[in-house]
Design a binder for this molecule. Structure first.
Ligand SMILES: O=P(O)(O)OC[C@H]1O[C@@H](O)[C@H](O)[C@@H](O)[C@@H]1O
Length: 275
């Protein structure tokens, strides 16, 4: 039988789900942020920085930050949006899932004032055997259309960066951090330096690490973002230990460029991570 318990993670209220097969997920209400996902074998799949604040003062460095209504600085508002720094509500739970919601009434006065649009965000995490499904939707119940961008900024625990690669992106076009459009010629992407790439199409990709393989699929998003800060950028991040960039990669289903959400419309994205 599945068990759902309220817990804390650092200073943050969180919800813990243990599925019937032993798989586990921990989600903080701050950001509806998945902080831990363990498959039934007990293996942790996500990375969380040892230096991240866990008190709601700042976005969490690690896990699955939820991005809305803009990706990074591609929009007029807060970098990567307010969803990751807002407190969501637990709106549903079941044998294998936890569901969270965010609406304007949940926002701080500062965020509500800066982004005065009507919206309902719903995020559902479902443990399905050795897979995790994340369903993410944005609904506009208002009378006016507005532009939005989204992403699931997942940090994978890869153990050893130099034994890590991503396959499935050969021949795909990407924008690098110098704003250059290039095409990946190699069958696998290895991590030897900083990587901040936006792949313009959405095939399924495979993350290969020293001791695990994860298959990543997405629907409803437009891009994959692949990010690892490399040594120098990692040293500049106060919420990451200097050598921790060697332990994670971010692979993010995203809609980087803001697109309109019409009055009454709903956007839905799905992301599946399977072993
Ligand atoms: O430090 P933040 O706001 O969490 O962003 C981390 C990174 O997020 C990635 O998605 C971006 O592509 C990077 O450019 C950015 O540095």
């Amino acid at each position: 039988m599945a068990v759902v318990t309220m817990t804390t993670y650092g200073d943050l209220p969180a919800v813990h789900l243990t599925a019937a097969d032993g798989a586990q997920a921990t989600v903080s209400l701050f950001g509806a942020h998945l902080l831990s996902w363990k498959t039934a074998d007990g293996k942790e799949r996500l990375f969380v920085s040892s230096q991240t604040p866990l008190d709601g003062s700042k976005a969490i460095r690690g896990g699955v930050p939820v991005i809305f209504p803009q990706f990074n600085v591609r929009g007029p508002g807060l970098r990567h949006g307010f969803a990751r720094v807002s407190t969501w509500r637990l709106t549903g739970q079941g044998d294998s899932f936890l569901e969270f919601g965010l609406a304007p009434s949940d926002l701080s006065a500062e965020h509500a004032q800066a982004w005065p649009h009507d919206f309902t965000l719903t995020l559902r995490f479902t443990l399905r055997g050795d897979a995790l499904d994340i369903s993410y939707s944005a609904h506009n119940p208002g009378q006016q259309a507005y532009d939005f961008g989204v992403a699931l900024h997942t940090y994978y625990d890869v153990g050893q960066l130099d034994a890590t690669s991503i396959s499935g992106l050969q021949h795909q076009q990407f924008l690098d951090h110098h704003n250059q459009t290039l095409v990946q010629d190699t069958p696998a992407l290895h991590f030897t330096e900083k990587h901040d790439r936006m792949y313009q199409s959405t095939p399924s990709v495979t993350l290969n690490t020293a001791d695990a393989t994860l298959h990543l699929a997405q629907q409803g998003f437009d891009q994959w973002v692949v990010w690892n800060p490399g040594k120098d950028d990692a040293a500049a991040l106060t919420d990451l230990a200097d050598d921790e960039y060697l332990r994670f990669v971010c692979i993010e289903p995203a809609r980087i460029y803001q697109q309109p959400l019409a009055a009454g419309a709903t956007w839905t994205g799905k992301h599946t991570i399977s072993t």
